[in-house]
Design a protein around this ligand. Structure first.
Ligand code: SF4
Length: 466
């Protein structure tokens, strides 16, 4: 039996047990717990990565730049400079004598070769240690080349992945408001926190188009520097990945007076709710009517298919472990449509308010975890005998080793899961994985079945003796 570390106990709750629900979240990971969280740099990188016409230069050792090319599912409808992950590849010499010269040379060469609209320079752990003044180098190159060169203070050890989101928001905020010439419609929005994974931004933009709402910019899915520059012209911000982008929405509210709403585009209710929130905000009868028609048409189109999948999946159990808790809320609800109960749910970056809501919507007996680790997760999945794990690239091997079905709901996914048609793709993925015949050959499952058979046989024998 895997023991839970004493220091982790305040971050694990079972709904329905005695005592008040008081999740000890929003803190650094416990030493020795092998957290599933990524570093500060990774938090910044995932947020800024989809800006397709910008140069992304990682100042540090080459290993930090490992996440590149198609490891992330963010698509672009035009330029694809974002798919290249440039690194200054710092070595021993620069660690001793400083890496500023190498950074200057790399920036100058890359801007000359690729002519990006802007450049982001990410500071990694080693930069925090050796103390390179990346701000000064960026300013110098910016003056010489005539483009924005923005330092991102994302030294990996500085905090949690959330601090990386904050650093990315600060970098974006430097671009916002730099285009005063453009104009936007009175009914216009910015989409914040959608990263166009497998083309999801395009699905959502199409909904807003049908509703009669202009999308000024998407930060950062299929992102463009010029769109971000004029984002301050929009009348409203709609925040999808609240963990990463609420900070930016608050800065824009304070400096530009743009109100924001937190939404989710996963699942039937939450997608409909997101669109209605925007429609109600503008309170225009034409937009409200378009929204009603859109939601009615889409729900009646997909519902029979969801019901068909439910017949196969009713009674199954799932574990959810995702980055942001807003996604977890939607997944609990989406699984209910398929008759799947959520036995375990958790997130890397949820805050107190998020966990309180999560507790409210979960069934009695659900285990709720903050910043878990592979050992805890596998123990709970084994105890609850779940049929499915929904997570990301770091959770996938845990599921496969345990012989459990898996659905990728993270930045690496290649299947669009947002919006109404995303719900159908989600059902298809969950059904395909749970019903796969491959699990009968999984050694872990065979061992579990053998153990259960032996336990049954023992209890029959004991009953016969008595
Ligand atoms: S920034 Fe630091 S923690 Fe992050 S990948 Fe680089 S070395 Fe690792």
């Amino acid at each position: 039996m895997i023991e839970i570390l004493e220091a982790r106990k305040g971050q694990i709750f079972e709904k329905g047990t005695e005592g008040t629900f008081d999740m000890a979240c929003d803190k650094v990971s416990v030493a020795g717990s092998v957290s599933q969280r990524a570093c500060v740099f990774c938090g910044s990188r995932v947020v800024l990565y989809p800006i397709a016409d910008a140069l992304h230069l990682i100042h540090g050792p080459v290993g930090c730049a490992a996440y590149t090319w198609d490891i992330r599912g963010s698509l672009s409808s035009g330029p694809e400079l974002h798919r290249l992950s440039f690194s200054t590849d710092l070595r021993e010499e620069e660690v001793i004598y400083g890496g500023e010269k190498k950074l200057y040379a790399a920036l100058t060469e890359l801007i000359g070769a690729y002519h990006p609209k802007a450049a982001f320079v990410y500071a990694t752990c080693i930069i925090g240690l050796i103390g390179d003044d990346i701000q000064a180098v960026c300013r110098k190159v910016s003056d010489e080349q005539g483009i924005d060169v923005i330092p991102v203070h994302s030294e990996g050890f500085r905090g949690t992945k959330k601090d990386g989101y904050k650093a990315a928001c600060e970098a974006l905020f430097r671009l916002i408001g730099t285009d005063e010439q453009s104009i936007a419609a009175p009914h216009s929005i910015n989409i914040l926190g959608d990263f166009n994974l497998a083309g999801e931004t395009w699905i959502i933009k199409e909904y807003y188009k049908q509703m009669g709402v202009e999308v000024v910019s998407c930060m950062t899915g299929d992102g463009r520097v010029d769109e971000i520059r004029r984002a301050h012209k929009a009348a409203m911000n709609v925040v999808q990945c609240s963990g990463s982008m609420t900070y930016l929405a608050k800065m824009m509210e304070k400096d530009y007076g743009i109100p924001f709403e937190r939404v989710s585009y996963f699942g039937i209710e939450d997608t409909a709710d997101a669109l209605y929130k925007v429609a109600r905000h503008f309170n225009d009868p034409a937009i409200l009517k378009n929204t009603e028609e859109l939601v009615r048409k889409e729900v009646s189109r997909i519902y029979p298919e969801v019901e068909a999948y439910r017949k196969y999946l009713e009674g199954k159990k799932a574990a959810i472990y995702v980055g942001g808790s807003f996604k977890a809320f939607s997944l609990v609800k989406a699984l209910r449509h398929l008759g799947i109960a959520t036995a375990i749910v958790g997130s890397q970056t949820g805050n107190r308010e998020d966990y309180e809501y999560l507790e409210e919507i979960c069934d009695e007996g659900t285990i709720i975890v903050d910043d878990t680790n592979p050992l805890e997760l596998s123990r709970f999945m084994s105890e609850r005998n779940v049929d499915l794990l929904i997570g990301g690239v770091k959770e996938r091997p845990i599921a496969y080793k345990m012989g459990i079905a898996f659905c990728d709901h993270n930045h690496e996914r290649k299947e669009a899961l947002a919006g109404f048609e995303g719900m159908i793709n989600f059902c298809r993925e969950v059904h395909g994985s749970i019903m796969s015949p491959v699990w009968q050959f999984s050694p872990a499952k065979c061992l579990r079945a053998q153990k259960e058979e032996m336990e049954d046989a023992n209890s029959i024998r004991q009953a016969a003796h008595s």
